[in-house]
Design a protein around this ligand. Structure first.
Ligand SMILES: Cc1cc2nc3c(=O)[nH]c(=O)nc-3n(C[C@H](O)[C@H](O)[C@H](O)COP(=O)(O)O)c2cc1C
Ligand code: SF4
Length: 418
């Protein structure tokens, strides 16, 4: 069987192992957390397990599971994974087992979006909470300012969610402080107008995130991996700037409680900022790598970067330049789960490349449909189409019709594992 582990790679940096805390990744290709709209009743579904297993089987080094809500007020859509419930654990265990079976590591995101609430189960105006009652422009949400009691409850929620992820057998948790979500709202003086110990000075605004990291660390111990996702630049007029986020990273790194940092750009708060969450084809490939390089100069732990990296050559170059230690190729793996095994075995020209059209991945998310890809419809439909296997006896087949479907059917068949 051909695997990414058995053949010398033309991308030596990309296919070198990376140690993150107590975990060693077999290579530096990451599928970063992405909401697949596959949760059923707040829990992991069979389809989600099959979807992620396909990426692990294709050779990814690390899969980060999408946002899991740490508190009932963190249900940011009607289809969020609910990590505030103990009955979430068996589903996460199935994910961990399926991903580990293929030699891939798995972390899970723990999440509170604060005022970034998109919809509710019954269409009623969602009740949102935030550091202060500053309205959200994009989803037209007016949040309630959190009481001190609620802050304590939510901090405890992050810790309890982390324990569930650990109990499920995963390798780590990732605290989502990126994209203008709750920890970033506390840090942002435009959104946090509190006058108590959580508002005002930089130290006060960082307090919430510090308490979250400390509570998680205390709950799960020193060995379990804890990472942080952060937008170095939120790319919108009221968003966090690089000065603030890099200052925060410097302080948090000095605390010595984080095992890695995952760098992105953008914010959910405005259309301008949200364009960078899933950067479309108008953005240059790997344009966020210089932001990761800024973070890497500051922190002692490994840095992962995401931002329209769709080919192994680009990922290799980011690593060669020392801009990051690992590269998220998230949509690249949605379009071609076999990208790592193809890149590792000299078949890079066979990779089906993500074009950044944003139609069936984030487009489906906003329409409330499960994830897929316009170039690879099997994505997100693994249970329906199953794994491709070689036939035992080859036969000639005549394809009638020369439209896009016919041409695709007549073209060289996709690579299979095995
Ligand atoms: C459908 C979809 C859902 C996403 N959901 C999340 C999420 O749950 N958590 C998160 O941190 N980022 C989320 N993202 C952002 C990705 O993790 C990643 O940063 C982004 O796709 C850019 O990387 P890429 O260019 O390699 O795809 C999502 C992206 C997509 C396409
Ligand atoms: S639909 Fe497919 S090709 Fe288009 S951006 Fe999404 S993952 Fe990439």
């Amino acid at each position: 069987m051909t695997t990414v582990d058995t053949i010398p790679s033309p991308f030596p940096a990309l296919f070198s192992p990376l140690r993150i805390g107590s975990v060693t990744l077999r290579n530096r290709i990451v599928s970063s957390g992405h909401d697949t709209v596959m949760a059923i009743d707040g829990k992991v579904s069979d389809q989600l397990v099959a979807y992620q297993e396909a990426r692990a089987a294709g050779g990814a080094g690390l899969i980060v599971i999408q946002v899991g809500a740490v508190h009932p007020t963190a249900d940011y859509t009607a289809h969020a994974l609910q990590l505030y419930r103990d009955d979430a654990i068996p589903g996460y265990t199935r994910l961990a087992e399926a991903i580990h079976r293929h030699g891939c590591a798995v972390f899970a995101q723990i999440f509170h979006g604060g005022r970034e609430v998109m919809d509710s189960i019954d269409g009623a105006l969602p009740v949102a909470i935030a550091p202060s009652a500053v309205p959200n422009e994009r989803f037209h949400v007016i949040p309630q300012a959190m009481t001190l009691k609620l802050i304590d409850e939510v901090v405890a929620g992050y810790a309890a969610a982390a324990v569930r992820v650990q109990t499920a057998g995963m390798d780590g948790v990732e605290i989502v402080a990126s994209h203008g979500y709750l920890p970033a709202q506390f840090l942002n003086p435009e959104l946090n107008t509190r006058t108590d110990r959580y508002g005002g000075s930089f130290e006060n605004r960082l307090r919430f995130l510090r308490e979250v990291i400390a509570a998680v660390r205390t709950a799960i111990g020193r060995e379990f991996v804890v990472g942080l996702r952060i937008s170095i630049d939120e790319m919108n007029p009221t968003g966090l700037t690089r000065d603030t986020t890099l200052h925060a990273l410097r302080e948090l790194d000095a605390d010595g409680t984080l095992d890695y940092v995952s760098v992105v750009a953008g914010s959910s708060a405005t259309l301008a900022g949200s364009d960078h969450i899933v950067p479309p084809m108008t953005m240059e490939n790997a344009y966020t790598a210089p932001l990761a390089a800024l973070a890497r100069e500051i922190v002692q732990v490994p840095v992962i970067v995401a931002g329209r990296v769709n080919q192994p050559q680009e990922a290799e170059r980011i690593l060669e330049l020392g801009q990051a230690d690992a590269v998220a190729m998230t949509r690249a793996l949605i379009t071609d789960p076999l990208l790592p095994v193809k890149a590792a075995t000299g078949r890079a020209e066979e990779i089906r490349a993500c074009i950044g059209c944003n139609q069936a991945c984030i487009g489906h998310f906003h329409a409330g449909y499960p994830i897929s890809c316009i170039q690879y419809p099997e994505s997100g439909r693994e249970l329906l189409y199953g794994q491709l296997r070689r036939v035992s006896a080859a036969r000639d087949v005549l394809v009638v019709g020369g439209g896009p479907g016919g041409l695709k059917a007549a073209s060289r068949p996709p690579a299979v594992i095995g």
